[in-house]
Design a protein around this ligand. Sequence first.
Ligand SMILES: *Cc1c(COP(=O)(O)O)cnc(C)c1O
Length: 377
Amino acid sequence: MTKSKIWLSSPHMGGTELKYIHEAFDSNWVAPLGPNVTGFEQDLENYIGNNSFVGALSSGTAALHLGLILLDVKAGDEVICQSMTFSASANPIVYQGATPIFIDSELDTWNLCPNALETAIKDRISKGKKPKAIIAVHLYGMPYKIDEVRSIANKYEIPILEDSAEALGSTYNGQKCGTFGDISVLSFNGNKIITTSGGGAIVTKNIDLKNKAIFLATQARDNAPHYQHSEIGYNYRMSNICAGIGRGQMEILDDHIAKRRAMHDFYKNIFKENSAITVFSEPNENYFSNHWLSAITVNSSLNEGKSREDLRLLLETENIESRPLWKPMHLQPIFKDAPYYGGTISENLFDIGLCLPSGSNLTEEEKKRIKNVINIF
Ligand SMILES: *Cc1c(COP(=O)(O)O)cnc(C)c1O
């Protein structure tokens, strides 16, 4: 008999989601817009704080796309983007007809390398084009080097589009991720720390920008009794049903974070005697990661030649899902012609890194199965 599948990260309902969906049905608010959308936005604004304004959208990708539009990214522009990330960080640059400029990672947070970032900005300016925006990502929930990246952005007066899709609940110096960008983005996709089955949000510093985002997300209708349009619009708003799931999920977000962090501790404990394996952890006490996914790097030369891939395949035979780290964008076939700045840090991490089952809903039995396989390895 095959053992039941242990997933990397699966949806985890808290119980009150259905109540909000029932309310939507009972009041016939089965539409984008409605009290759950407003309620979910308020919950998120209260949670991330820092005088943020939140607009709920159909996905994190849609939020990134609207973020670029609000930052006036147009055809022919250049936008800087962390190379090691999910393709959704970079694709909206291309939707706008702009060119992505990819940047290597640094080893502390695996995110945007400040040195490579500044080198890239200087070089692009010397070639005649100042980048229009910097997309910085908190990979696996780990905040990027907030102070360093911000000071470079300010020095060259380039806005930051903060991709906080994986980092709801993470903090840097006590401030929540999702509030560090000039514009920021959250995701509630099925595998994220909370889910609305599919959804995302844009975070702005003022109400006008939020309203502009919502205007664009609802087909850019001018104020007229008929349908009139002076701008290109999108169908990017979150539905009242999905927002109902989000409201229920907000009630258990902090509990999910505690459980994800406990998974990280679980792996730290398993691997503490093994000098060949490093569990990806906060570089110092200023950083607080939600540990959306627990990740490790495997140094095969210290591990009798056994590599990341050996562990991944071993887990797979036991029906346990694990996955290599995000493949850097500058190594992706679709982006092979895009400019790239930096060395081989992200490439090396991709070669030796592995994400392990990290869900907030893993049972003791499942953890035992994971531990057994790792012990064999
Ligand atoms: C999930 C994710 C996105 C995209 O969010 P969706 O809601 O799936 O569109 C963007 N960036 C990163 C880093 C992500 O992990």
